[in-house]
Design a protein around this ligand. Structure first.
Ligand SMILES: Cc1cc2nc3c(=O)[nH]c(=O)nc-3n(C[C@H](O)[C@H](O)[C@H](O)COP(=O)(O)OP(=O)(O)OC[C@H]3O[C@@H](n4cnc5c(N)ncnc54)[C@H](O)[C@@H]3O)c2cc1C
Length: 452
């Protein structure tokens, strides 16, 4: 039956018969890569049904200034070996080494709310301790070490272990180390995709495989990779603005020949197929699995959807008319002091979840934040966000005047009905088998521990 193998894909000679009809739900990179794989294997009778008016899903590149791109979703290619995204980007000359071309901008400034730059030695010693604790946390999974309590979390582990290491320090020395440590935890929340590290399972934390090799960004934007994959797919095969209401996936008595699957769209259109491949996010599944599948999904799938975590991670991108940082600064690391919190109202605390501002282009700053603070930010007007963040920058940079940004772009992944969040994590109570049922290879659970 096999005809020839292209890039590891067996091309099948179907002789025109038994050609299955296939429906792919979702035109994010999973849906597009699926279609590209099908085409290369000789399957052409498929349609991609996409809810929104664009392809890409959580890959979304926009222009912030003339010729300057920013990614609202995925930004980094993490690792090289066995990374198909890296291969596409490299083959098409899309890459820039993560730290290879920063030119003048090389300095990471760890600043307090009073604008004091923290001694590099202190930062390095906390970073070292923090890195060791992360490796220890990963070891619970990798060496099958039982966790102390059934519900032990990464947050509880880090807190416990770090406070032991802090015992030898007192007063100011201790406090500054705590602030650097807390900043590392905010970064970790964005890497993991959670609100608090207390939500993340310690026993499963080391379950993701990190791909070896350096990290790259893609100057023309992550969407450039998608466009390359998309180029093999006939335009007519992608139907935008086709939100799927329900997948009837095990039909017995059907009028439309003997197709087993009928996919019903919100606009009433029906699509018949032999197979359906669903690529919607875990957030969408959590919100809709009970009405999106007929018959309902099997219990183990429903259990996995419920148990796994799907967090909100957002970006706030500020464009100024002139650079607001010094020429050599690549990133301002924000060391928030919890002693300065006067009230717990999110209106006055949401921005304290932003752990850094990175200089993306000369006068473009990007901050990341996660969880309930991110969701709150999504509810604010752009003017309010700009006003709050200008105050933050004034404080950390100790400048009396910072102009209002001329443009602000913020993401709203939590409110986006086509994703309902940003990415998944192994929540306390969930396990790696929820994303990798026994029998699937390890390469299907790759992830990186450092997206920044
Ligand atoms: C802020 C952020 C930063 C990230 N950073 C990185 C990074 O640096 N590096 C990295 O590798 N990854 C990163 N990621 C993760 C990466 O973006 C995702 O893992 C990846 O894009 C997921 O692709 P997907 O096709 O599986 O899902 P999606 O992109 O979610 O695609 C699913 C598609 O299904 C559609 N859909 C949903 N419901 C329906 C329906 N009912 N009917 C029809 N269509 C539907 C959606 O509109 C969407 O287009 C980041 C994500 C976010 C949000």
């Amino acid at each position: 039956m096999g005809e020839k193998v292209i890039d590891g894909i067996e091309k099948i000679d179907l002789n025109g018969k038994d050609k299955p009809k296939i429906i792919i739900i979702g035109a994010g990179i999973s849906g597009i890569a699926t279609a590209d794989t099908l085409i290369r294997a000789g399957f052409t009778d498929f349609k991609i049904l996409e809810a929104s008016g664009r392809t890409g899903g959580r890959i979304w590149t926009v222009e912030i200034d003339e010729g300057k791109k920013v990614d609202l979703g995925a930004h980094w290619i993490h690792g090289i070996e066995r990374n198909p995204i890296y291969k596409i980007a490299d083959d098409n000359n899309l890459l820039k080494l993560r730290h290879g071309d920063k030119g003048l901008r090389h300095r990471n400034c760890f600043l307090t709310e009073e604008g004091k730059e923290v001694n590099e030695k202190v930062v390095n010693s906390v970073n070292l301790a923090y890195g060791q604790l992360i490796i220890q946390a990963e070891d619970f999974y990798q060496s099958s070490i039982p966790t102390e309590e059934e519900n032990d979390s990464v947050g509880a582990f880090l807190e416990r272990e770090f406070s032991e290491r802090l015992e030898k320090y007192t007063n100011g020395d201790r406090h500054i180390r705590e602030m650097v440590f807390n900043q590392r935890k905010l970064l970790e929340c964005c890497i993991s995709g959670c609100d608090r590290l207390e939500d993340v399972s310690l026993s499963e934390f080391g379950g993701y495989e990190e791909l070896p090799g350096v990290h790259y960004s893609i100057p023309p934007g992550f969407e450039a990779v998608l466009e390359i994959l998309k180029s093999s797919i006939p335009k007519d095969n992608i139907l935008l603005n086709h939100p799927v209401r329900c997948v009837h996936w095990s039909r017995k008595n059907c009028n439309e020949s003997d197709y087993k699957v009928m996919v019903e769209c919100e606009n009433g259109e029906m699509f018949y197929a032999n197979h359906v491949i669903v690529t919607v996010s875990l957030g969408v599944l959590k919100a809709a699995y009970d009405r999106m599948f007929d018959p309902p999904l099997p219990e183990e799938k429903v259990g996995a959807i419920d148990r796994l975590g799907f967090g909100i991670v957002d970006k706030v991108i500020l464009k100024f008319d002139k650079p607001v940082t010094e020429q050599d600064v690549f990133r301002i690391e924000l060391l928030w002091d919890d002693d300065n919190i006067k009230c717990n109202d999110l209106r006055h605390t949401w921005y304290r979840k932003i752990y850094s501002f990175e200089v993306l282009h000369e006068s473009v700053l990007v901050g990341w934040l996660s969880g309930k603070e991110a969701l709150y930010m999504e509810s604010l007007t752009e003017d309010q966000i700009a006003e709050d963040l200008v105050e933050v920058l004034k404080k950390f940079l100790q400048k009396d005047h910072i102009p209002s940004p001329s443009k602000i772009v913020r993401t709203r992944w939590g409110n986006n009905s086509s994703t309902r969040g940003s990415y998944s994590f192994i929540k306390v109570g969930a396990s790696m088998t929820d994303i990798r049922p026994p029998g699937l290879s390890h390469s299907q659970t790759q992830r990186q521990r450092s997206h920044k």
